[in-house]
Design a protein. Structure first.
Length: 197
């Protein structure tokens, strides 16, 4: 499952090339030009720039495991609006999400046993090595979920009801399909995120 680290040189080489052609990007403004933010999953198969048609400077993209409406995600969204002017927010989860493959109890138990990468056989997680773990994982809220549409709706509703979130900001809920690249709206989620009149 895991590969040995070895991307340091490749990343720096790619960055060297990128910096050579940086050009007018040095003049991009701090606020996002299209005035919206996306909260989505960290999954490597998702490229918000491509699926939402973004260029550098267009939008804020906030990522975490599952694209969940955690306290830290809400902190970023509030800053995005209050100080940088975003006026619409999208919460985008995705199909085949790894957050549906375990529970908080499962990851906490794995971490208590050992901190190295676990193995998954399609049904169960296990540690190839044992020892050297920590009980600290039992005190983390991992934000796992079983029902994708329900989790999008819960996140939109949690963001909508937060006292620091202005009522006029529309919050839309979507699921990105990793097999087709399409964004499918979760009607119940977008209804929960509807702005107040």
């Amino acid at each position: 499952m895991t590969k040995p680290a070895g991307n340091y040189d490749a990343v720096l080489s790619a960055n060297n090339q990128y910096a050579k052609d940086f050009g007018d990007k040095a003049n991009l403004a701090l606020p996002p030009a299209r005035h919206f933010a996306i909260l989505t999953c960290m999954d490597a198969r998702l490229d918000p720039a491509k699926y939402a048609g973004l260029a550098e400077g267009d939008a804020h993209v906030i990522r975490n495991a599952g694209g969940r409406g955690s306290d830290d995600a809400i902190r970023s969204l509030v800053i995005s609006h209050k100080l940088l002017g975003t006026q619409e927010w999208f919460v985008i989860h995705h199909s085949d999400c790894g957050m549906q493959l375990f529970t908080g109890e499962v990851i906490a138990d794995l971490l208590e046993d050992n901190l190295e990468t676990a193995s998954f056989d399609g049904h169960h997680w296990s540690n190839p090595k044992h020892g050297g773990g920590s009980v600290a994982g039992h005190f983390v809220h991992w934000h796992t979920f079983q029902d994708n549409a329900k989790s999008v709706t819960e996140d939109v509703a949690r963001i909508r009801s937060h006292p620091l979130v202005p009522k006029h900001i529309p919050i839309y809920g979507f699921i990105y399909d990793v097999k087709t690249g399409r964004l499918d709206e979760v009607a119940e989620a977008s209804a929960a995120g509807k702005p107040a009149a």
